[in-house]
Design a protein around this ligand. Structure first.
Ligand SMILES: [Zn+2]
Length: 470
């Protein structure tokens, strides 16, 4: 059947953009303060879910709201189930937008709004894909469900709840990262290292490490680190040494003196924790400087751990964790959170991404061995196992063929260190919405999606759903 998917979808553009603007006007940021029955993640998110489900009902799809945790629109008949999994929650906006983030605007072919790219735009594209299939009267031999999650940006509580109650699709895709196809994702685990710090004293002509802190999130490279020192050391000399250290490395930072202590601040560069070797980890850089000083024993031990086990050890080589597989590449270690308080606690938060073949229990065991001499105990705070669909699986083959047919580009399966909703499905991959070379703006100020890209993605989704469910 010679359906011109791109042309057919083009006819929907005006309506698609209008509906997307309505959806993006809803402030669906996690807000526990307005949570209630049917709205576990707050009123905004509940409204966005209701909006999509009502839109679907008007088109004649079967709609189901699963207690506000998630919902789906269903079309087609058959035993087998094809799933498309998108999310309607968005991250907070931050400041400095050119136009208000919840007042969508199209400028020079770009649709601006929080959620434009991540993930309301793709959710709406998938909706119009199914709508087009229905309008064209194409027969399906399987059921299709567009599943809308609502807690992707936080803790994935939506998916646990939903899939405890609803059928797992036989296969499906999530439009929440890159084209052409992502078939493999690393395992992701957060570890906390914690221990006690005795009350200490500055050594003669040296320093007491009073406190050290950097970072708020496991999965981000910290962009600011701060240390407090006290003692009888030469303040002038230390400040000069610090200046030299910063200047030769072209790093920003400063020293601040008060009556009884000295504070050093170092500015790094934030980056996503899946690529800890990019960005500049402020904690590691500050520890590297502090390691050269004469310090109290407990302080020295903490900084030696940071300096010897984490600095330049982004692939776990210094922690004894280095491993890789062919699908997703090497294990990575991001030191995301650092806390130290003399007479209190020491803590480090690590975000570790490991190969499909890796295993969180053995990683924990190795970490315990390496960190014990430094006074830490190790806990797994969160773990998502790696995810992988074989390149020869009909799901991958079908999506690749559709992509190559419509774009004329090769569809070579990719792998990532990040975690997407693909792994919430037993057999799921990522399919778009970002085309190679398009600008990624998710989670950023002035988030946008090119209207042309959005329409191209919608046409791909239409053919993909049809080919999978026909
Ligand atoms: Zn997303």
């Amino acid at each position: 059947m010679g359906i011109e998917w791109q042309n057919e979808m083009k006819k929907q553009q005006e309506e698609l953009v209008r509906r997307l603007a309505e959806l993006c006007s809803i402030e669906s940021v996690l807000d526990e303060s307005t949570a209630g029955p049917g709205a576990p993640f707050g009123e905004g998110i509940a409204q966005a879910l209701t909006y999509m489900l009502e839109l679907g009902e008007k088109e004649g799809f079967l709609a189901k709201n699963v207690d506000g945790y998630a919902g789906h629109l269903e079309y087609g008949d058959g035993e087998e189930l094809i799933g498309v999994l998108a999310h309607l929650d968005v991250v907070p906006t931050g400041d400095g937008w050119a136009s208000p983030p919840f007042s969508p605007e199209v400028r020079e072919g770009k649709f601006y709004a929080r959620g434009a790219q991540d993930d309301k735009g793709p959710a709406m594209a998938a909706f119009f894909a199914l709508k087009l299939i229905k309008e064209l009267g194409l027969p399906l031999s399987k059921k299709v469900r567009l599943i809308f999650g609502t807690d992707e940006e936080s803790d994935w509580r939506d998916m646990d709840y939903y899939f405890e109650r609803e059928k797992m699709p036989d296969m499906g895709f999530t439009p929440d990262a890159d084209f052409p196809i992502i078939t493999a994702e690393k395992g992701v685990a957060d570890f906390t290292l914690t221990g006690q710090v005795p009350k200490g004293e500055a050594p003669e002509e040296g320093w007491l490490l009073e406190s050290f802190e950097a970072g708020q999130r496991f999965n981000m490279v910290p962009d600011l680190a701060r240390v407090r020192l006290s003692g009888e050391g030469d303040v002038f000399e230390l400040k000069e040494k610090y200046q030299d250290y910063l200047i030769t490395r072209r790093i920003r930072g400063y020293a601040e003196e008060s009556d009884d202590h000295l504070t050093l601040v170092l500015e790094g560069k934030a980056h996503h924790g899946s690529e800890p070797d990019k960005g500049l980890n402020a904690a590691l850089k500050l520890a590297e400087f502090l390691q050269e000083l004469k310090l109290d024993n407990a302080g020295k031990r903490y900084l030696d751990f940071v300096g010897d086990k984490l600095t330049d050890g982004f692939f776990g080589e210094k922690l004894g964790l280095a491993q890789k597989d062919e699908r997703v590449g090497p294990l990575t270690v991001n030191g995301g959170i650092f806390r130290y308080e003399v007479g209190g606690e020491q803590g480090i938060g690590l975000n570790i991404r490991y190969p499909i073949t890796g295993d969180v229990t053995s990683i924990q065991g190795l970490l315990e061995e390496t960190t014990k001499p430094f006074g830490f105990s190790v806990e797994v705070r969160d773990n998502k196992k790696g995810h992988f669909v074989d390149d020869h699986h009909p799901l991958v083959q079908t999506l690749a063929r559709v992509y190559e047919e419509q774009t004329g580009e090769e569809a070579k399966p990719l792998s990532i260190g990040g975690a997407t909703y693909a792994r919430a499905l037993d057999t799921g991959v990522v399919f778009g919405p970002l085309f190679p070379g398009s600008e990624e703006t998710a989670h950023q100020r002035d988030e946008f999606i090119m209207v042309e890209d959005l329409m191209k993605a919608a046409a791909l989704y239409a053919q993909a759903i049809y080919e999978l469910a026909k």
